[in-house]
Design a protein around this ligand. Structure first.
Ligand SMILES: C[S@@+](CC[C@H](N)C(=O)[O-])C[C@H]1O[C@@H](n2cnc3c(N)ncnc32)[C@H](O)[C@@H]1O
Length: 231
């Protein structure tokens, strides 16, 4: 399936950045020894948690993604399921992660209520993802850049959900809620597939390709991270 392999290669380009690795590491803290990674995609977080001795389960809506994850990370457990109806018993996990996921879920609030259901008391949830309206890109055509960002945001169900993560946790009864922003700064050609996904072929992308050749690329993506404790 072409769309899925494109998504996996975009995720790989991002997730292999040292800054993205460091951010993931941060999100693994305090999740305890039984963790669900919801919208697990290619399964990287599950594989990394298992390598740290955590019983981690990845859940994804798309069977093809679950298959790809199981192939890539054979030590992990992966299940097909919806973020709003997880295939897990009440109170069965100590940690819940949803990384770059809630923007794609039809009802993000129901997904956070579901996080509360599957977490044991004192369990910890972490939500992270980009705000799709906030890409910082150096370009000779700022107006076109703005239009491209708008159009890309319109392709996702909830482009602004990351700025609601804190409120979603509070509204669903989580305590000790925190919210932070960690900005990924990307200045080499490995971000070109992401810019190609944003813009498609044409003069705007050609300028970015030329910038990559001249070492003059600048893309910054603020990633919003919110955590909360299940009371
Ligand atoms: C952008 S990817 C992120 C994957 C992974 N969390 C990562 O950080 O690399 C979003 C994933 O969420 C999954 N997804 C979308 N809607 C979902 C839903 N309602 N329930 C569970 N997974 C969902 C998609 O299939 C996709 O694998």
């Amino acid at each position: 399936m072409a769309a899925m392999s494109t998504l996996l290669s975009l995720l790989d380009a991002f997730d292999e950045l040292p800054q993205a690795r460091a951010l993931r590491e941060l999100t693994y803290r305090g999740l305890g020894d039984a963790v669900v990674d919801v919208g697990c995609g290619g399964g990287r977080a599950v594989g990394e948690l298992v390598a740290r001795g955590v019983a981690a389960i990845g859940v994804d809506l798309h069977p093809g993604m679950v298959e790809a994850a199981a192939e890539r990370w054979p030590g992990g457990e992966f299940r097909v399921g919806d973020a709003t109806a997880l295939p897990l018993a009440d109170g069965s996990v100590t940690g819940y992660r949803a990384d770059k996921v809630l923007h794609a879920v039809a009802e993000p609030g129901r997904a956070v209520a579901e996080a509360r259901r599957v977490l044991a008391p004192n369990g910890r949830a972490v939500l992270l993802g980009q705000d799709w309206d906030t890409w910082v890109i150096e370009s000779g055509d700022p107006a076109r850049t703005r239009a491209l960002i708008r159009a890309r945001a319109e392709r996702v169900a909830h482009p602004l959900v990351a700025r609601r993560y804190r409120n979603l946790l509070l509204d669903n009864g989580f305590a000790d809620v925190t919210a932070e922003v960690h900005t990924i700064v990307w200045t080499d050609g490995t971000c070109l597939p992401v810019l190609a996904d944003l813009a498609g072929e044409g003069a705007w992308l050609d300028e970015q390709i030329a910038r990559a050749r001249a070492d003059r690329l600048f893309l910054a993506l603020p990633i919003i991270v919110a955590t909360g404790t299940r009371t």
